[in-house]
Structures are given as structure tokens and as C-alpha cells.
Design a protein around this ligand. Structure first.
Ligand code: 5GP
Length: 197
């Protein structure tokens, strides 16, 4: 039987035993993420009706958003991925963006939707949008599951936002700390002693 959180409710039920001690709180439960993805997919479907979408996932954090969003879409969509470095194992952005893996696809003339896990300072996304725009796509829009508006350093147009979160370090649903915790189905915060934040 799964253990209960200290106050006896079920919020920690989806968190594997091995991670429970490290988790401070469940910020966004899996069920809320699922519902939000339904809504976002319906919006994307409506906006891109009769167009062919190229979804560009930003590795590795966006893998679950990509997978779960794509399976909900009814418009024609292809997938490609980029990997950029913005965080090492630390928890603050350096502002320096390096492309570790570029797209496999030419995007000239195509409708591109960048799929992000989280937009924090916005520096990574700002770089990505400029970089992709220079390849002359028909359009570039952004879908982000999470955003931290209070941390923004550059103004960014994000067409589809899942949840606004406060200035806290979160993991789960693709987001890691030191490559761990990505597989958690909820978005959670960690105890301070775990990540030193
Ligand atoms: P930005 O350039 O917007 O500051 O940072 C974007 C990237 O930083 C995200 O794609 C993500 O990899 C990482 N990041 C920002 N905030 C968090 C957070 O709260 N938790 C985790 N795990 N990664 C974050």
C-alpha cells in the first residue's frame, strides 16, 4: 500500500516511494496536467485547422509534453527535437545558449510550434525563437506547460501557456534535478536540503 503524506491525504500517491522523502509539495497534480493538455490541444487544433504543424520539442524536459500533446491533436503534425544547453546541474540560467542537437528538418515555409516544459528567464526561448525565425518558417509560436512570469528577463510571446508557477524550483513531468525526477507524473517542489535552493 502506498504511504500517505504526513497530513494523511492522497497527494503523494503517484510519487514512487523512493522519491517521497525528497518531495516538499505537489504543486500541479497529474490530473490537472492532463486536463490542461486537453484544453491546450483543443486550442492548437482550432488555430491550426487545415495546416500542417511542425512541433519542435526542446530536449529533454519537453518530452512528456510533446508526447501527451501530440496524441491529443487532430491536426496533421510532425515532430522534431532540439537540444540546447542552458542549465548544467545548477538551478539558475546562465543566459548562454548552445545548440547541442539541431533539427533534422528544414523549416522554411512551415508552421512551427516550439514545445517547452518551462519558461523561466526566457533567455533560452528568446534565443530559440530568433534562431528558428532566421530559417524563414511561415510562422513560429510557442507552447509552454509552465511559465514563471516573475523571473522573466526578456519579453516573449507565448501563445499557449499551461500553468503560471511562482519563483520556485520544480521537477517532474519531464523536468529534472541533476537528471533525476523527470518521470514523476506530478509537478512537484523539492525540499531545500535536496537541491540546496
Ligand atoms: P530560461 O532560459 O527560461 O531561464 O530557462 C529555461 C530552462 O531552464 C528550462 O527549459 C528548464 O530546462 C530550466 N528550468 C527553468 N526553471 C526550472 C525549474 O524550476 N525546474 C527545472 N527542473 N528546470 C528549470
Amino acid at each position: 500500500m502506498p504511504e500517505r503524506s504526513p497530513d494523511g491525504d492522497h497527494r503523494f500517491d503517484l510519487i514512487p516511494e523512493v522519491y517521497r522523502d525528497a518531495v516538499e509539495s505537489v504543486l500541479i497534480p497529474a490530473a490537472d496536467i492532463e486536463r490542461k493538455l486537453d484544453e491546450m490541444a483543443a486550442q492548437v487544433d482550432a488555430d491550426y485547422a487545415d495546416r500542417e504543424l511542425l512541433l519542435v520539442g526542446v530536449l529533454k524536459g519537453a518530452i512528456f509534453v510533446m508526447a501527451d500533446l501530440t496524441r491529443r491533436l487532430t491536426v496533421s503534425s510532425a515532430m522534431d527535437f532540439m537540444a540546447v544547453s542552458s542549465y548544467g546541474s545548477s538551478t539558475t540560467s546562465s543566459g548562454v545558449v548552445r545548440i547541442l542537437k539541431d533539427l533534422d528538418t528544414e523549416i522554411e515555409g512551415r508552421d512551427v510550434l516550439i514545445v517547452e516544459d518551462i519558461v523561466d528567464s526566457g533567455l533560452t526561448l528568446d534565443y530559440l525563437i530568433k534562431n528558428l525565425r532566421s530559417r524563414r518558417p511561415a510562422s513560429v509560436e510557442v507552447l509552454a506547460l509552465l511559465t514563471k512570469p516573475s523571473r522573466r528577463e526578456v519579453e516573449l510571446p507565448i501563445a499557449y501557456v499551461g500553468f503560471e508557477v511562482p519563483d520556485v524550483f520544480v521537477v517532474g513531468y519531464g523536468l529534472d534535478f541533476d537528471e533525476d525526477y523527470r518521470g514523476l507524473r506530478d509537478v512537484v517542489t523539492l525540499k531545500h536540503e535536496v537541491y540546496g535552493g
